[in-house]
Design a protein around this ligand. Structure first.
Ligand code: 5GP
Ligand code: MN
Length: 344
């Protein structure tokens, strides 16, 4: 903890100055925000409210419904449906936080709006290889979630006493979802110390878990069934893949968020260390969203970067492909033998 504190002393001082000097703050998560993105943005939003700073969360697009209980969720403004309002909030701002991403390509069209803004920018993120677009960068890829990193920053900046039940619930959400409910190797004793302090703020961890994981719609379960049905096991390479086609998704009444987390089921098959899911976009033709997961040292992030215009973490990454799922899978199968030594 001490090393972290010394390294960041100057940065924390600068962050404090930036917040103090700002009147209008905007907080931005990545496109298709997940639990960590929404949790970190709303934790910061609620902290700023307590210190009487006006802030707005501007998201590139909608977050899944199972996050709609998060304190402050109803105050989020969405760029895809309220462009003019979002542009105004950004042009009126003097400070912008970008949370849970480190490359402006992760916010789609909102990138142009940010490029035209004169506001100071602060990045807080835990992905590898941050791009150099912000005035102040807090980036640590050893920490399992942006929410955990944000908690450390709150402590260093002296906001610990302001972390009430609402803010603690937001932080718990991101820490829980980005660690696969505390199972990934990124989880440390410090993670659990922080969870302990959040429990002391009387968070309802059971409520949060149930909201996120036990709140499935029938369509979500049917989409899961369809993905599992498509599962192909490449036994000699300890790899599995699944796919969801556009016409199938339409038939199953697919809604955004229904496919979230399905990829993880691939790793539950004995011996498997690498899995992928190919999901055809129901709104944009010829666009496939791909998620990768691995166990151990197989570098999902490098794989996604090298073959599917993506990136992420060593054990979880994502990317995309122009074409249909069948073509994307063809490319995947062609590339796999090159990784044979890392897969067996
Ligand atoms: P998911 O598969 O859940 O969408 O994403 C897994 C991880 O990979 C997340 O941490 C996410 O930030 C990252 N990721 C997903 N898609 C992309 C992408 O297109 N580009 C980059 N750089 N990272 C991605
Ligand atoms: Mn995250």
């Amino acid at each position: 903890m001490l090393i972290f504190e010394l390294m960041n002393f100057e940065k924390i001082k600068k962050l404090n100055e930036l917040i103090n000097a700002s009147e209008n703050i905007v907080i931005i998560p990545h496109t298709s925000p997940d639990g960590d993105a929404i949790g970190s943005c709303l934790a910061l939003y609620n902290v700023l409210k307590i210190i009487n700073k006006s802030s707005h969360v501007v998201s590139p697009n909608k977050a899944p419904d199972f996050l709609n209980w998060t304190p402050g969720f109803d105050k989020i403004t969405y760029y895809d449906t309220e462009k003019e309002r979002c542009k105004k909030l950004i042009s009126n701002s003097d400070l912008i936080f970008t949370l849970d991403f480190n490359d402006l390509s992760r916010i789609g069209e909102l990138k142009e709006v940010l490029n035209q803004s004169n506001s100071k920018t602060v990045m807080i993120d835990h992905h590898q290889n941050p791009k150099d677009y912000a005035d102040l960068i807090f980036s640590n890829s050893e920490i399992g979630s942006t929410c955990e990193l944000l908690y450390e920053i709150f402590v260093l900046i002296g906001f610990e006493s302001k972390l009430n039940k609402d803010i603690s619930s937001c932080l718990y959400l991101g820490m829980m979802t980005d660690t696969g409910s505390f199972q990934y190797s990124s989880v440390s004793s410090r993670t659990h110390e922080i969870i302990s302090s959040l429990f002391n703020k009387k968070i309802d961890h059971n409520f949060i878990y149930n909201k996120v994981y036990n709140d499935s719609s029938a369509s979500r379960l049917k989409v899961l069934g369809s993905a599992l049905n498509s599962l192909t096991h490449i036994k000699e390479l300890n790899t599995v893949y699944m796919s969801l086609k556009r016409d199938e998704l339409e038939k199953l009444n697919y809604k955004k968020g229904d496919s979230e987390g399905i990829v993880n089921y691939g790793l539950t098959l004995k011996g498997v260390i690498f899995c992928a899911i190919f999901i055809e976009d129901v709104n944009v033709s010829n666009n496939v969203k791909i998620s990768f997961r691995s166990l151990g040292n197989f570098p999902c992030n490098l794989y996604a970067e090298n073959h599917f215009l993506g990136g992420g973490h060593i054990n979880a990454s994502g990317g995309r492909f122009e074409g249909n799922a069948e073509n994307a899978i063809e490319k995947f199968l062609k590339s796999l033998p090159k990784y044979k030594d890392k897969l067996i």
